[in-house]
Write a protein that binds this ligand. Sequence first.
Ligand SMILES: O=C(O)CCC(=O)N[C@@H](CCC(=O)O)C(=O)O
Ligand SMILES: [Zn+2]
Length: 344
Amino acid sequence: MTYLAELKQSGDFLTITRNNEFTLEPVNFTLDNGTLVEVHDTGVIQFTPAGETTKDIVLSSAVHGNETAPIEICDELIQHIITGKLALAQRVLFIFGNPKSINIGKRFVDENLNRLFNGAHNQETDNPEKVRAQKLEGYVRAFFEQDDGERYRCHYDLHTAIRGSKNEKFAVYPFLHGKPWKKSQLQFLLSCGVNTVLMMRSAATTFSYFSSYQFGADAFTIELGQVKPFGENNMASFAKTKETLKALISQEEVEYKEFNANDFEPFTVYRTINRTQAEFSFPFPDSAENFTGFAKGELLATDGDKQYFAEVEGEAIIFPNANVALGQRALLTVIPLEVDENFI
Ligand SMILES: O=C(O)CCC(=O)N[C@@H](CCC(=O)O)C(=O)O
Ligand SMILES: [Zn+2]
């Protein structure tokens, strides 16, 4: 096996993944501490500790290839596990989503991978991202469904945002179809340094929605800062996230700070604006940050002949991107939300 010795010795699964953009022959081996290591494919590596475990944890990064900080965090965790510096207490599946897009330093190659989950890859024309989305769904399904016992499931899909953000770190809570939001998840996020959460109000084709909807996992897209090339991330800003993830995978249970609603800034999505026309623009500059609020009546976006104006005072912009493919989300707007009985 060509890469096995290298993987055992260095733990550098990221480099092996980057050297094999589309496929990698599966291998498995056991660490000295008894943890089973299974490489399912390029970018997909699973760890199963020898002892009893209660949680199935998916940590994904590089669903967008240029979002490097999450890749560096997961790379370090994987290396520490394989080289024996970090002993696991839980089953973990790490995924580097789109290896070729890492290599070209772009969000995606042909198509945004994070719009292709939950079956959205099933369209007539194929491209590598559709193929990858289908495979990743299969690996996640197999991981969560390997054991039919009562096990805890979570999936944290780690990203960084294109723009700066007034609230630097924030999480997207996928639509739960009426189920309550969990305070315990907010406590976990706060420990990661994330105090801002956006509640989605409709089904999506994102990776985190897939795991939430299909497997009942506590799943989030987590935005950890702004996109930067490798080597330019201020890793100090990710220390809390890294420590919290380490604790999550290496401890039987993790104690978080007691829940206090005042620690959080929850928002609910007010609306989604899709780009439907080639002529699509925003009136604000690229430097306008996520969470910038607009006065009622101010222009938010122009899609061909249609203009969108802020409908409520303080309607705030998230993920504005005029370059998305036609039919895709070009802007989310959000408004503040109270922590009430919909949180348990
Ligand atoms: O900064 C941006 O414009 C995009 C950052 C990003 O990749 N965000 C995710 C959010 C996924 C979700 O809605 O859960 C995405 O757009 O895929
Ligand atoms: Zn992203």
